[in-house]
Every structure is written in structure tokens, then in C-alpha cells.
Design a protein around this ligand. Structure first.
Ligand code: B12
Length: 446
């Protein structure tokens, strides 16, 4: 079957600052389909403005997160008009399947992890036996048919994305400390269940990880075959198993891989495992992205974050000692938050002084516990605005305008402090860390 897999365009803040990564989700699906005899092409509309001739394909698949949903419908409409079968997958439609199907531009939704489901669906389409395919939704005589869920693959060690079907040269602009950076995913799932994040529901509470040797084999291939020397580990929680991280680092060092890398982690794991942190630094870890979320313990507890409000300070100190930069992420706009509480969080960010911060506005994504909890507070259902920069829920003390204003003030207050400007100037001169040009780009992105 001739299959096109697409990643919709979105002019978001990340794109504006040049943070464009290859769409690994559809690259994994492409690999699985190709291995099983299908003829597959991938188009990422964030790096090409080609006018695709959809008529050449039997099936068009579209990857859809919430803020890309409207953009994905435009692809679906054109593909449908060209006579293709349209399949949507990804975190948005997994929980809003009916909404997508009722547009009549989408024939099937693949819910949650997509590799096996998409393969079976492509096979079933020739025989029209879709009723047996687990994990899909479709309309049958106008009624929603939601087949039973598939569950998650227990073993993901064999999975590799088809990077060769992506135009990897189009993603070469992203740099970290002068290194060309690209992404890799080495585990799936998250046992923590933070209320604003869909990962536990979407990828499962049971964490599944690739073996250290397979991980470093993939890194080696990225370095030797694609010429990248910077790696972004996109795992929701790369350090969940410290023993595995240690093995990965040891293997990177054993193979003399000269790479810089960053990952997502949690403050508590890092604080408990300083030996692991030291080894990570030795193996090229330059940045760790940590969700600090709030200054206030009550707010952290209501997110079910299971961390304490002193951890951001302690972990920033720890990582600074090991010369690993911290990218701290804070959320504003909890329904009960006051202006003063948000100011506390901004002050705290400045006080602990990580190298970079991200402030976002609390956004209820379908599939999260938060989405269920704030149903009666949702005041905006324009999915384009679900980008964490817009306020979409009614809060007790602050208006949408207040919150969006506070978000800009948070960035300005952090990045335009004399300390940060000087640090930016020095790192620009040394070609390290967050550069002044990056700070300017961040403001342009907002
Ligand atoms: C990398 C990433 C980004 C990149 C996106 C670029 C890229 N090309 O990947 C950047 C940095 C730009 C980004 C930005 C944002 N992101 Co982001 N991001 C991720 C991250 C960390 C990894 C994505 C990934 O590669 N996953 C690995 C692959 C294997 O999984 P996958 O893409 O979901 O694909 C699987 C299934 O979804 C399904 N599938 C996917 N597409 C398709 C298509 C078809 C046809 C089929 C059949 C199946 C299918 O099968 C795949 C294989 O199993 C995820 C978290 C995560 N762990 O996934 C968050 C995540 C996707 N991001 C999220 C969010 C909220 C954002 C932001 C809005 C906010 C923020 N604070 O960062 C911004 C803004 C984006 C915007 N458009 O406005 C949410 C999305 C929630 C939602 N409902 O939309 C996620 C899930 C994080 C989370 N847990 O909350 N992000």
C-alpha cells in the first residue's frame, strides 16, 4: 500500500526560535510499515512548503497534538478530496477521536501507541476487516465505533525510527554549545501521573526502556551516519532508572563518543543520585530540563507532582557543581493562584537562577486529569491556542489578559535581569550556554 505520513505545520514559539526537531512518532510508524512491505513517505510541513499530490497515495496518516489539530485538519481535508483514506494519530485525537471523525475528513483514529495498530489497520484495509483491529476508532453508520484499546508494547528494544525517510539535513540548524543536535527516544511511559501531563495515560504507567547497548548503538548511528554531535533525549523521564543511565554513560565513554546531550529529568531523582549526575556530566550531559512548576507546595501537591518546593533550589546547586546547565520549567495560572503567588514563583526562579527557564500557562490537554478537573472552567476551545502561552481556563483571581501579561513579565523579569544579560554576553563570547542571540529569539518567539 502507498502510504504518506505527515507532520502538520505550526508557527509556534519553538519554531520561531529555530527549535525544530524531526517528528519521531511518524518515523517509528514508517519503520514498522516499511518493514512489512508498505511503500512509505514522510512529509514534515515544518521544514518544507511542498504542495503534496495526495492523489499518489492510498492512505494518508497525520500526527496530531492539540495545538496542531486545526492544521492537521487542513491536510486531512485535502487528502480526503484526493480520494485517500485518512488516518489520524497522536495525543490529541487519542482522546478526541469523535471530534476528528465527525469532521468527515478523517476515516480512522489510531489511539495512543501507534506502530502495531497502524500496521494492522493498513493490512485490514485491503480486506475491509477493520472491526478486529484493536486501538482504532471510526464511524459505523454514523455511530462512533471505539474498538477496545491495545495496551502498550512490553518490549520496545527493537524499535527504531526511520530517520532515513526524513530529510535530516532540514533539522541541522538546532545547536547546543556549538554541536548539531537531534533527538532520540529511549523509553516510554511514566509512573508519576502529574495532573497536567498526558504521558502516564498516553504511554502507560509502566515504564518501558530500551537496553543501554541498543541506545548507544542508535546514538552511534546518529553520529556516524547523520553527522550530529548533540543528542536530545526526549524521554519523559530519562533518569527514571539510574542504573540504566549509568550504563548508558559508561558505554558512551567506552566508545569515546564525543557528544553533548540534554534530557528531561526530575529534581528528586537527581538529588538522590549524585554519582549518576557526575557520570552524566562526564559523558557529555550539558543541560537538564526539569519541571519545577511552582514555588508553592500546595500547588505542587495539587498537580500530584510529588516533589517539594525546596528541590528546585537544591538541584540547581547540585547541577551547577557538576557544570550541567539547568532549564527550569514553571507553570503559572493554577485556578486558585493569585498575582502574588505568581510573583513568588518568578522571584524564586530568579533567586535559584538556572541558566534557562520556561514559563507556561497551565493548559488542560485532553487525556489529562487536569482536563477532567477543570471542565467547568474551560473558556476557550480553540485548539490553536492550546500552546501554553494562552490562557484557556477561568481562574479565581486573574483574567486571561492578566495571565498572558504575567507570562511576558516572567520572561522579561528573568532574562532582562543584569545577571542574565551579562551571562548571555559572556556565553556569546565563549560560544557556550545560552547566548544573547537566543534570549532575543525567545522574546521574538513570544
Ligand atoms: C519533541 C516534543 C516537542 C517538540 C515537537 C517537535 C517534534 N517534531 O517532535 C517541540 C519542542 C516543538 C514541542 C513543543 C510543544 N509541546 Co511537545 N513534546 C515533545 C515530546 C517530548 C516528544 C515527542 C515525541 O517524539 N514522542 C515520541 C513518539 C514515539 O511519540 P508520539 O509522537 O506521540 O507518536 C506515537 C503516537 O502518538 C502515535 N502517533 C503519532 N502520530 C501518529 C500519526 C499516525 C497516522 C498514527 C497512526 C499514529 C501516530 O504513534 C507514535 C508511535 O507510537 C512529547 C512527549 C512525549 N513523550 O511524546 C511532548 C508533547 C507532544 N508536547 C506537548 C506539548 C503540550 C507541547 C507544547 C504545546 C507546550 C510545551 N510546554 O512544550 C509545545 C508547543 C507545540 C506547539 N505546536 O505549539 C504534549 C502534547 C499534549 C497534547 N495533547 O497536545 C506532549 C505529549 C507532552 C506531554 N506529556 O504533555 N514538543
Amino acid at each position: 500500500m502507498k502510504i504518506l505520513l505527515t507532520y502538520p505545520y505550526k508557527e509556534d514559539a519553538y519554531r520561531k526560535v529555530g527549535f525544530i526537531l524531526p517528528p519521531l512518532g511518524i518515523a517509528y510508524i514508517a519503520a514498522m510499515l516499511r518493514e512489512n512491505g508498505h511503500d512509505v513517505r514522510i512529509v514534515d510541513y515544518n521544514v518544507t512548503d511542498e504542495k503534496t499530490d495526495f492523489g499518489k497515495f492510498d492512505l494518508v496518516g497525520i500526527s496530531t497534538d492539540t495545538s496542531r489539530y486545526k492544521s492537521s485538519l487542513r491536510i486531512a481535508k485535502d487528502a480526503k478530496a484526493a480520494g485517500c483514506t485518512v488516518v489520524m494519530g497522536g495525543p490529541h485525537v487519542s482522546y478526541r477521536d469523535e471530534e476528528a471523525l465527525r469532521t468527515e475528513f478523517c476515516d480512522f483514529v489510531v489511539r495512543e501507541e501507534g506502530e502495531q495498530t497502524m500496521l494492522e489497520l493498513a493490512g485490514a484495509m485491503s480486506t475491509k476487516q477493520t472491526a478486529d483491529v484493536q486501538g482504532i476508532s471510526y464511524l459505523s453508520n454514523g455511530k462512533l465505533q471505539r474498538n477496545p484499546g491495545r495496551g502498550f508494547m512490553e518490549n520496545i528494544d527493537h524499535l527504531l525510527p526511520a530517520r532515513d525517510l526524513l530529510d535530516m539535513n532540514a533539522y541541522r540548524h538546532l545547536e547546543m554549545g556549538g554541536r548539531k543536535m537531534t533527538s532520540i527516544l529511549t523509553s516510554r511511559g511514566c509512573p508519576f501521573g502529574c495532573s497536567f501531563c498526558c504521558s502516564t495515560e498516553f504511554s502507560g504507567r509502566t515504564w518501558r526502556a530500551r537496553s543501554p547497548l541498543k541506545v548507544v548503538d542508535e546514538i552511534t548511528e546518529i553520529v556516524t551516519q547523520y553527522g550530529f554531535d548533540g543528542i536530545a533525549f526526549l524521554d519523559d523521564n530519562f533518569t527514571l532508572d539510574p542504573g540504566r543511565v549509568v550504563s548508558i554513560c559508561e558505554e558512551i565513554l567506552r566508545r569515546n563518543l564525543d557528544i553533548y546531550w540534554w534530557c528531561f529529568s526530575r529534581a528528586d531523582t537527581l538529588l538522590k543520585n549524585e554519582d549518576m549526575v557526575a557520570l552524566m556530566a562526564l559523558a557529555g550531559c550539558k543541560y537538564i530540563f526539569i519541571g519545577f512548576e511552582s514555588r508553592h507546595q500546595k500547588t505542587l501537591d495539587s498537580y500530584h507532582k510529588k516533589t517539594s518546593d525546596v528541590m528546585p533550589r537544591d538541584v540547581t546547586r547540585l547541577l551547577k557543581r557538576h557544570r550541567i546547565s539547568v532549564h527550569g520549567s514553571f507553570i503559572i495560572g493554577h485556578p486558585h493562584e493569585t498575582r502574588d503567588m505568581i510573583r513568588d514563583t518568578i522571584r524564586y526562579a530568579k533567586e535559584i537562577n538556572p541558566q534557562a527557564v520556561q514559563f507556561t500557562i497551565l493548559t488542560p490537554y485532553p487525556g489529562t486529569r487536569l482536563y477532567e478537573d477543570v471542565q467547568d472552567r474551560i473558556i476557550c476551545r480553540d485548539w490553536d491556542l492550546y500552546d501554553c502561552l494562552h490562557s484557556v481556563i477561568r481562574t479565581d483571581h486573574l483574567s486571561r489578559k492578566d495571565l498572558e501579561g504575567l507570562l511576558k513579565k516572567a520572561y522579561a523579569s528573568f532574562y532582562l535581569s543584569p545577571n542574565k544579560i551579562m551571562a548571555g554576553l559572556f556565553s556569546s563570547l565563549r560560544g557556550k550556554g545560552i547566548k544573547l542571540s537566543s534570549i532575543i529569539k525567545i522574546f521574538r518567539g513570544l
